[in-house]
Design a protein around this ligand. Structure first.
Ligand SMILES: Nc1nc2c(ncn2[C@@H]2O[C@H](COP(=O)(O)OP(=O)(O)OP(=O)(O)O)[C@@H](O)[C@H]2O)c(=O)[nH]1
Ligand SMILES: [Mg+2]
Length: 193
């Protein structure tokens, strides 16, 4: 897809802040620091559009980005960061579940997992939730540039085993590996709508 425009629209802390123009949405989900904002920037080839950082738990709201004036990317807060308070962890679940359950504009949920590690319990819970609720979704294994080809192959098998029944794409925001495949999936989801 040719990107003609990409702009940050707003941060939402609850339902009343969600956009209301009815454009289809692609959501990015995954644990804190897994590379959601980096993936979003890499797909759009716009450095720094979504804020990335080394400090886990940076994104606390659902951030809406309007692409080509006709669909949104939504960058959700990361989960599973041990150092945040229990209340904040509970807030994540409430905010994400409310969004995933109610948002009719949502056409694709992209779940990110770190290719260097086996999916965590929270990764598996989110994945089961997406399957159980029949959500059109895609799994992306991030940071593949940090692994050798052999290690990557082995780890992708572990991801496949833990998150059964989903399409998995290996990605690197550093090299752009996987970008075309992800855009194809996004394009298909937008077309189906
Ligand atoms: N080498 C490499 N580093 C990456 C890749 N993707 C993300 N990173 C790094 O991982 C760190 C976290 O990336 P973010 O994109 O901020 O992660 P996030 O999931 O948005 O994090 P939160 O907003 O805190 O939930 C940053 O230092 C990124 O530069 C990748 O594909 N390769
Ligand atoms: Mg982020």
């Amino acid at each position: 897809m040719k990107i003609t425009s990409a702009q940050f629209t707003k941060s939402a802390f609850n339902e009343s802040h969600w956009t209301t123009d009815g454009f289809p949405e692609i959501a990015f989900l995954g644990r804190s620091n897994v590379g959601k904002s980096s993936l979003l920037n890499s797909l759009l080839q716009r450095k720094g559009l979504a804020r990335t950082s080394n400090t886990p738990g940076r994104t606390q709201s659902i951030n809406f980005f309007l692409i080509n004036e006709w669909f949104y990317f939504t960058d959700l807060p990361g989960y599973g960061y041990a150092k945040v308070s229990k209340t904040m962890r509970a807030d994540w679940g409430v905010m994400a579940e409310e969004y995933l359950t109610k948002r009719r504009e949502l056409v694709l949920s992209i779940q990110l997992v770190d290719s260097r590690h086996a999916p965590t319990v929270l990764d598996q819970q989110l994945h089961e939730w997406l399957i159980h609720h029949n959500k059109n979704h895609l799994v992306i294994a991030t940071k593949t540039d940090k692994l050798s080809n052999n290690a990557l192959k082995k780890n992708l098998q572990a991801v496949e085993k833990a998150l059964r029944g989903s399409k998995i794409i290996a990605y690197s925001a550093l090299t752009g590996k996987g970008r075309d495949d992800v855009w194809r999936e996004i394009g298909n989801s937008l077309e189906k709508r």
